[in-house]
Each structure stands twice: as C-alpha cells, then as structure tokens.
Design a protein. Structure first.
Length: 106
C-alpha cells in the first residue's frame, strides 16, 4: 500500500472513496459540507480573482462559521502556495507518490 493513500484513508476514507477523490471529488460520496468545501477550494485555486461574498453562502449554508471559512482559506492558500513553489523550483514528487493520472485536472 502506498504511504500517501494509507494516510488519506486513515482520515476516514476507504479504498474506493480514496480513488474517487484522487480522480474527481465530484464523483465521490461526500457530505454537503465536504462538497461545498471542495467546490470553494477549486474556485479559490482556479479563479481567485473572482471570489466574492456570494461564494461564501454555500459554506455558511452547511454550517461553517467565519472562523471555519478563514481556516479553510488558510489551508487552501497554503497548499496552492507550496505547490507553486515546488513547481517553480522543479521539485520532484516524493518517491512514494505516483505520477498524476492521465486527464487529471481536465
């Protein structure tokens, strides 16, 4: 078993959920809260200049507080930042991480 997959499953996922999340979270069986967070993370990652108050409404509808939203933004932004640093410096993937699947992110 690959280390990163085991780590992810230890957070509550099973093999099938893990595989679905790796390929496309929209096809995974997520709670409304998890789906809202993923949707927000995608928009913040792909289109940060167009985030506005309207984008926070789905998060609030699933019970997230301003503190929860702040924490989510910090985590999303950190991962975007550190991945861009790694990409810019040509950092190799960790040996236990597989290459991205064909069509990933399409």
């Amino acid at each position: 078993m690959e280390a990163h997959a085991a780590d992810f499953r230890s957070e509550g996922g099973d093999d099938e959920t893990t595989e679905r999340l790796k390929l496309d979270y929209r096809k995974a069986d997520l709670s409304k809260r998890e789906r809202a967070l993923c949707d927000y993370a995608v928009k913040l990652t792909e289109d940060p200049g167009n985030i506005d108050a309207e984008d926070l409404q789905p998060l609030r509808e699933v019970g997230l507080t301003d503190k929860d939203i702040h924490d989510a933004v910090q985590v999303i932004a950190y991962f975007n930042y550190i991945n861009r640093i790694a990409d810019a410096l040509g950092t190799d993937l960790e040996p236990e991480m597989p290459p991205r699947p064909e069509g990933w992110g399409a």
